[in-house]
Design a protein around this ligand. Structure first.
Ligand SMILES: Cc1cc2nc3c(=O)[nH]c(=O)nc-3n(C[C@H](O)[C@H](O)[C@H](O)COP(=O)(O)OP(=O)(O)OC[C@H]3O[C@@H](n4cnc5c(N)ncnc54)[C@H](O)[C@@H]3O)c2cc1C
Length: 399
């Protein structure tokens, strides 16, 4: 019996499990293989929808479905908290006391926000990284009658790199439509030396900030908040007064991968960029090159959980899942990985809203940076259609 265990029932875990079950249909049917997904809640959330809650265009209840309804019927679902991954003993320990032995392990435990790392964050800053926070931001925007809006980022990496820029552009459009733009000063604080991590995207986005009259401040990651004086303080000790503060909270990988000794304190799993196998060394020794670090032959990671220099995006998980599935299935079937999904190329594809009913598309891989087309209505509509069709396509492996 070959036991495949997938940790996490988000985009990456659900899609990878479905693709693996499809490839292992025969061994599962004759009882020589099994696929099990473990997830904390058993509910699957479409997180990109949070931004649209904040924009008043989406409802939280439409963003959640039962995980079971998205999984192939041959997959077992265990709803439990994963407390330890025992890589040496090939088992996963759960809060209920159950231990799941595995032959092949897929880690797709995503990322988590840690607003508490910045004092006063919860009381002062708005964000759009949970349904509740997005609703609270919506209410704050409804009540806003003009003043200073500061939008910033408290640490890299974070989920969906375009999201804070999209929010800045969408809020600006909304305020213009509501006749409040003349009474509002908008500032966007970028933590790096340009508007966006990827140069070609930065070149596309910078003129949009200018056209929209949003002041763009560089090298200005948000490090502190002073609630009394209502100022956001950057890591360069610059102060930005606000009436409404919107901040992307700090992010980390899952606590369980840190506690299990598989990832450093950041929680991002050291992952091979092509095979998606987890590396056995969290911190390389001085002089140790990446190629010298052995990979676990039977542990794979995908989605937000990895340390790969790519967007933490559902799209990244989407394009990584076929590689994990091919490699896991090959191991179970005793053959070599083959075909176009034998190795990950770094492919990512994300829509990017720029406001006023327009959007663009970021499509890239390790070797080809994005060349975003001029923003138009088509790409905005593309994102809306994608959001609506998500449940029938991505997690089920239909695109
Ligand atoms: C506001 C916002 C906008 C976004 N917009 C886009 C976009 O436009 N395009 C795009 O591609 N991406 C977007 N994303 C990012 C996208 O949602 C994530 O990158 C994606 O969900 C990552 O998938 P994942 O499978 O790695 O992790 P997740 O989908 O987060 O799933 C992780 C799963 O692991 C489970 N888990 C974690 N720890 C444990 C444990 N200890 N025990 C049991 N279960 C555990 C969790 O419960 C969860 O179900 C956006 C995200 C946000 C918040």
């Amino acid at each position: 019996m070959q036991r495949v265990v997938v940790l996490g029932g988000g985009v990456g875990g659900t899609l990878a499990a479905n693709l693996i079950a499809r490839k292992l249909k025969k061994p599962i049917a004759n009882g020589t293989a099994s696929v099990t997904v473990v997830d904390l809640t058993g509910r699957h959330t479409y997180q990109p929808g949070y931004m649209y809650i904040a924009m008043g265009q989406e409802k939280a209840e439409r963003l959640v479905r039962g995980e079971k309804s998205l999984l192939d019927r041959n997959i077992n679902l265990v709803v439990d908290d994963i407390t330890r991954i025992d890589a040496a003993g090939q088992g996963v320990e759960l809060a209920s006391g159950q231990r799941l032995p595995y032959d092949q392990l897929v880690i797709a435990t995503g990322s988590r926000i840690v607003p508490a790392e910045i004092e006063h964050f919860d009381a002062e800053a708005h964000h759009f990284y949970t349904a509740e926070a997005s609703l609270r931001l919506r209410k704050a925007l409804d009540a806003f009658k003009g003043g200073r809006i500061v939008i910033g980022i408290a640490g890299i990496p974070y989920k969906c790199p375009p999201a804070p820029l999209e929010v800045a552009f969408l809020v600006e459009s909304e305020l213009r439509q509501r006749g409040l733009r003349d009474r509002t000063e908008m500032t966007f604080l970028s933590p790096i030396n340009r508007a966006f991590t990827i140069e070609s995207v930065s070149e596309m986005a910078t003129p949009i900030f200018e056209q929209k009259g949003i002041h763009l401040e560089l090298l200005a990651g948000i490090a502190q908040i002073d609630p009394e004086r209502k100022v956001a303080i950057t890591d360069a000790f610059e102060e930005h007064p606000y009436d409404l503060l919107i901040v992307v909270p700090p992010h980390k990988g899952a606590q369980v991968v840190i506690d299990s000794g598989l990832a450093p304190k950041s929680g991002w799993l050291p992952t091979d960029r092509h095979t998606l196998q987890v590396k056995t060394v969290v911190k390389p020794a001085p002089g140790q090159s990446d190629e010298d670090i052995p990979r676990y032959p039977n542990i794979f990671a995908l989605g937000d959980a990895t340390d790969l220099p790519l967007s933490k995006a559902g799209s990244t998980a989407h394009f990584e899942a076929p590689i994990v599935a091919e490699r896991v299935a090959a191991a179970v079937l005793g053959r070599s990985p083959s075909g176009r999904h034998a190795s990950y190329t770094g492919k990512v594809m994300c829509f990017f809203e720029v406001g006023d009913g327009k959007g663009t598309l970021l499509q890239f891989d390790y070797d080809h940076p994005p060349r975003p087309p001029k923003p138009n209505q088509l790409w905005h509509l593309g994102k809306i259609v994608f959001n609506k069709t998500y449940w029938h396509t991505v997690p089920k492996g239909r695109v």
